[in-house]
Design a binder for this molecule. Structure first.
Ligand SMILES: Nc1nc2c(ncn2[C@@H]2O[C@H](COP(=O)(O)OP(=O)(O)OP(=O)(O)O)[C@@H](O)[C@H]2O)c(=O)[nH]1
Ligand SMILES: [Mg+2]
Ligand SMILES: [Zn+2]
Length: 308
């Protein structure tokens, strides 16, 4: 029987079978998936085959995993060579960001966008907690909005507290499997609670952002929406480790750079200080945003060349 994985807590998986039945499942024996060394062989969103183990205990054995349409991979913070699959078979990825309590940096947002481009997963950035933004943050939002709009990324300003922008985000989820990610404390679980009040997911206590970076959600979990589609809540992340992107390829994942790099004089141009660089020309002419270019250089700096 076919099933979809809704939650993975280590050795057990919460699944829903094609007949709509929720069960607990586990893997028996070893089976190898893809060619990646991952700490978790099966992730939320995976399509699997299961055999019923016990009707009374509602348990099943996972016997096969279907090929993934795509997946998002994260580097393990402790072992750089180990990857953790966050989720599989996604239609889009929503980054929850906040400009205050806590502050999400543009560098973090750009890393997320690069990752989404590398995995070919459409990305949207949702700026939550608009109710606590002062003029300074609202101006920052306006800047970011136009900067991202110019290169094709949608942003939404939202306040769960004041119920602003919530309908717009909800609308974006229709008929799709969406991953929610972002720092801890930005309101991912609160958003899911806002659209499904009956779920009552655990969220950070009402005192709000404590600055301590506590993680309230500990496992990724998928929820079916009241309309078609589903949404995956994830634990907050501190950093976005870029997985397997060679320095040479980074600019391919900056859409505004990807458009012009064929005009660079050298085909191995890194767009740093090579002559005849089309990216540098775009910067001078104002067609490439300086802040985006700075984030490109920052990311480039963190990619270890020795791996390639
Ligand atoms: N002022 C304000 N606070 C909000 C808003 N949305 C969420 N919060 C608060 O932010 C805190 C963190 O929310 P969570 O939903 O737990 O955040 P999370 O992103 O799920 O965090 P992790 O599970 O740790 O990754 C809670 O105290 C929420 O009440 C908002 O729009 N405005
Ligand atoms: Mg949460
Ligand atoms: Zn160049």
């Amino acid at each position: 029987m076919r099933a979809i994985v809704y939650k993975s807590t280590g050795s057990w998986y919460n699944i829903k079978t094609e007949t709509g039945k929720a069960m607990s499942a586990r893997i028996k024996g070893v089976f190898k998936i893809d060619d990646i060394t991952s700490t978790n062989p099966i992730a939320v969103g995976d399509e699997v085959d299961v055999d019923i183990e016990s009707e009374s205990a509602n348990t099943a054995i996972i016997t096969n995993i279907h090929p993934r349409r795509n997946y998002i991979n994260r580097q393990s913070p402790s072992h750089k060579k180990q990857h953790h699959i966050v989720a599989a078979n996604l239609d889009q990825s929503l980054l929850f960001a906040t400009l205050k309590d806590p502050k999400t940096s543009q560098g973090f947002i750009d890393r997320f966008l690069v990752t989404s481009e590398a995995y070919h997963i459409p990305a949207i950035v949702v700026f939550n907690k608009a109710d606590v933004y002062r003029n300074k943050e609202l101006e920052k939002y306006a800047e970011l909005k136009s900067m991202y709009a110019a290169i094709g990324y949608r942003t939404v300003l939202m306040s769960l507290k004041n119920n602003e922008g919530v309908e717009e985000v909800k609308e974006l989820l229709k008929d799709k499997i969406s991953l929610l990610s972002g720092h801890s404390g930005v309101g991912k679980s609160s958003f899911i609670n806002a659209i499904f009040p009956e779920l009552q997911l655990k969220t950070q206590d009402v005192s709000g952002w404590s600055g301590k970076g506590l993680h309230t959600t500990t496992f990724a979990e998928m929820f079916d929406l009241p309309f078609t589609g589903s949404v995956i809540d994830t634990p907050g992340m501190r950093e976005f480790g870029l997985v397997d992107i060679p320095r040479q390829e980074l600019s391919h994942y900056y859409p505004e750079m990807a458009r012009v790099i064929t005009d660079c004089q050298f085909n191995n141009c890194l767009h740093v200080n090579e002559p005849g660089c089309a990216v540098k020309k775009g910067l001078e002419e104002g067609t490439i945003n300086v802040e985006r270019y700075i984030s490109y250089l920052n990311i480039l700096d963190t990619i270890d060349d020795k791996n390639y």
